[in-house]
Design a binder for this molecule. Structure first.
Ligand code: ADP
Ligand code: MG
Length: 259
């Protein structure tokens, strides 16, 4: 069974792309077949997987508009060991163009249908807003993973996201669930981070991953080498955390399958 995971948070800079790329690579290391879909016009997940966003013939933009298929657009990330449905600036236009099209919310879902079964996991790196691209991601996802920094406004933003997820559940995708909340760039010496982290656990309980991603400069450096940190420097603390996250995710999936 394929599991489609949307990595979502409407805040920018919380670690969505870093999580998408390193979780994808972590799952590959665990023997899983992974497709990473870049839904952000910034194309950071594409570049971070070692694929030049400026040299694409087609991208997820043309796929969403029905101008080409996911089969012909996907590329292999040699650095990551997974496939990528890449994105670049073209995708910024999709927001406007999709509005005029039929089935505008489920275009990604239709496009992924012919290839999804080839993968154990499809990871969707969502843009930093709750726009039509994110809606397309949430319409096809089985579950949402929410990376977040434990800072003052984090919880406020979270309630908007939870409301959006509820709406998507009602109108587009009844099976959508919150897979988990991931604390990123975590510094346990920071008192506020500890407080926010405790509040998260009170509100979301077991939905908060045990694995915490520390602030680690190697994670930030890896994209400039065009490789996930997990493959570029496996030993660093950040990579070890993402490898642990992949195994926590896999054991949660096994528990769910057994239930
Ligand atoms: P988003 O996709 O949510 O906008 P990114 O994954 O691009 O967030 O992360 C934002 C910035 O923070 C990037 O420069 C990234 O390299 C850096 N970063 C992400 N996670 C970490 C971390 N755990 N430690 C240090 N830097 C990080
Ligand atoms: Mg991003």
């Amino acid at each position: 069974m394929t599991r489609v995971l949307a990595i979502t948070n409407q805040k920018g800079g919380v670690g969505k792309t870093t999580t998408s790329v390193n979780l994808a690579a972590g799952l590959v290391r665990a023997g899983k077949r992974v497709l990473l879909v870049d839904l952000d016009p910034q194309g950071n997940a594409t570049m971070g997987s070692g694929i030049d966003k400026r040299a694409l013939n087609t991208s997820v933009y043309q796929v969403l508009l029905g101008l080409c298929t996911a089969q012909t657009t996907r590329l292999r990330s040699e650095a990551g060991g997974y496939d990528v449905l890449p994105a670049n600036r073209d995708l910024a236009g999709a927001e406007v163009e999709l509005v005029q099209l039929e089935h505008r919310e489920t275009r990604l879902k239709s496009a992924l249908l012919p290839i999804a079964a080839e993968y154990d996991f499809v990871i969707l790196d969502c843009p930093p807003s709750l726009n039509m691209l994110t809606v397309n991601g949430l319409a096809v996802a089985d579950a949402v993973m929410i990376p977040m920094q434990c800072e003052y406004y984090a919880l406020e933003g979270l309630s908007d996201l939870v409301n959006t997820i509820k709406k998507i559940r009602q109108h587009l995708n009844p099976k959508l669930e919150i897979e988990g909340l991931l604390r990123t760039m975590y510094d346990p010496r920071n008192t506020l981070a500890l407080q926010v982290s405790a509040q998260l656990q009170t509100h979301f309980g077991a939905k908060v991953y045990t694995t915490v991603i520390p602030r680690n400069v190697r994670l930030a450096e890896a994209p400039s080498y065009g490789a996930p940190a997990v493959n570029f420097d496996q030993a660093c603390k950040g990579s070890q955390a993402y490898i642990a996250l992949a195994s926590e995710l896999l054991s949660r999936c096994q528990l769910q399958a057994a239930a």
